[in-house]
Design a protein around this ligand. Structure first.
Ligand code: SF4
Ligand code: SF4
Length: 333
């Protein structure tokens, strides 16, 4: 068990990520919730944007809501939209209160300033907190530089950020968060499905003492059992070799969503193209991925092959070639 920063919530260090349940049935979710209770998992994270995820959870948690701390998030940035989303989440989740409500995927200081403005979404969450509908407020992002600029005068209770064997840059952020008693929620422990050894992946994340909880996405009882059987502590020689192998295998080809390649000459949100492609090819969330891809203003097909982005990518990714693969996938779907 670990304490989630200043929220004071005492939670199992392995939580539940609610993205993948979009692809299973209500009955499947009910069985997973049974297993979460069996294994002592008491922290559930979902989002307004994960289609049926909130609704499935609401039904599955009926009469056992008090066994879990429930977290969700919204992409809304202004006061009225956030107010509406909070009420929709409460209704979907069939509950009177949400333990943690997060701003979903805040990309930049500009977006943050909109949220914090007089008519911004933060005000709606503060009001919801005063009304007892929301207990704590957090933020999720993929932009490390942005979070590092706000963490020192941070007004929220938690951050949520990607961290895994292939993405370790957030260690400095987590250390600062710990100093400020901000809870650290780790998403993408399997690097968006790139890492197949779940036990090793969880161990790597949880061996960082500044992490409060890791939330692997799960859609089966077997995954719950595997992810919760992790033991933290020193690595064996075998594990150290495996970590090195994973890093060597994917370092040249894995997008860390850091955004240093932006802005794209053609306006393409390059990291989002790669993230969505991962949902399509590795998460079996094809319909959702296609609808998210189609909602992008510019996509991989708009690439002008100017190569400006590649000179800015610190990992030397062959962005143009990778975008061609993304374009092929979504043009066929
Ligand atoms: S090569 Fe394509 S993706 Fe990269 S900056 Fe140019 S237009 Fe954008
Ligand atoms: S392509 Fe490179 S620079 Fe752009 S987000 Fe991915 S890892 Fe970062």
């Amino acid at each position: 068990m670990r304490t989630l920063g200043k929220t004071g919530l005492l939670i199992n260090e392995v939580g539940f990520g609610g993205i993948p349940i979009q692809r299973i049935t209500q009955e499947g979710v009910n069985i997973i919730i049974d297993e979460l209770i069996n294994t002592g998992v008491n922290f559930i994270d979902t989002a307004r944007g994960y289609t049926v995820s909130e609704t499935y959870l609401g039904v599955a948690l009926k009469n056992r809501r008090n066994k879990f701390y429930l977290c969700t998030k919204s992409m809304s940035r202004n006061y009225h939209d956030m107010k509406k989303d909070i009420d929709i989440s409460l209704s979907n989740l069939q509950t009177d209160y949400i333990d943690l409500y997060q701003f979903h995927n805040v990309k930049s200081t500009e977006e943050y300033n909109i949220i914090m403005a007089e008519d911004g979404a933060f005000k709606a969450l503060v009001e919801a907190k005063e009304a007892g509908k929301v207990k704590n407020i957090g933020i999720t992002s993929h932009n490390l530089d942005f979070l590092l600029t706000i963490i020192d005068d941070y007004q929220f209770d938690t951050i949520q950020f990607a961290y895994n064997i292939l993405e370790t840059k957030a260690e400095i952020l987590f250390k600062k968060a710990k100093e400020h008693n901000v809870g650290v929620i780790v998403m993408k422990p399997l690097a968006g499905g790139m890492i197949s050894d779940a036990k090793l992946a969880m161990k790597f994340v949880l061996n960082n003492p500044n992490v409060s909880v890791v939330i692997p996405g799960m859609d089966s009882v077997e995954q719950v059992q595997e992810n919760t059987s992790v033991t933290v502590g020193d690595y064996s020689e075998d594990e150290l070799t495996k970590i090195k192998e994973i890093q060597n295998e994917f370092n040249e080809n894995f997008c860390r969503r850091c955004g240093y390649c932006l802005p794209c000459t053609a306006g393409i949100d390059i990291p989002s193209c790669f993230v969505i492609e991962g949902y399509y090819t590795r998460y079996s969330l094809q319909d959702w991925a296609v609808s998210r891809y189609n909602s992008l203003k510019f996509n991989a097909s708009n690439c002008l092959e100017c190569y400006e982005c590649e000179s800015r990518c610190p990992y030397n990714l062959p962005i143009v070639e990778k975008l061609k693969i993304v374009n092929n996938i979504f043009n066929k779907s």
